[in-house]
Design a protein around this ligand. Structure first.
Ligand SMILES: [Zn+2]
Length: 123
């Protein structure tokens, strides 16, 4: 059977798109924002120092959350999907159900065939 179901391909490319656009749905903004310090005798830090410290903290939090999200995503992606590379080197994630079909790269429009099985490496 060589016919291509366009709907399935839309689905496949949608999956590829969402894989490539590195998504970050949950903003790392925390609600626990501190009140600006009231200046008494000793002003604690300069505005720049405060901003730098806050940015540093946010970066750490974001990095942690990104790690967790990444591992969850990896698990999700591993299910029933696999990666192929188009002739121009774009990484495309396709569903197992599309194996053996041909299609166009959603990025560069190159035509390619999705291998039926993972390419065996001859030793
Ligand atoms: Zn491509």
């Amino acid at each position: 059977m060589t016919s291509i179901d366009p709907d399935s391909f839309d689905e496949m490319f949608a999956a590829a798109e969402s894989q490539e656009t590195v998504e970050y749905e949950e903003p790392p903004v925390r609600s626990e924002v501190e009140e600006p310090p009231i200046r008494f005798a000793e002003p604690p830090m300069s505005k720049q120092e405060l901003e730098a410290a806050a940015a540093d903290e946010l970066l750490k939090i974001a990095a942690e959350e990104e790690k967790q999200l990444e591992s969850v995503r990896k698990e999700l992606r591993a299910k029933d999907t696999f990666l192929i590379t188009c002739p121009n080197g774009c990484r495309i994630r396709v569903k197992e159900q599309h194996r053996g079909r041909s299609g166009k790269c959603p990025r560069c429009q190159s035509e390619f065939v999705i291998p039926k099985k993972a390419e065996p490496k001859k030793t």
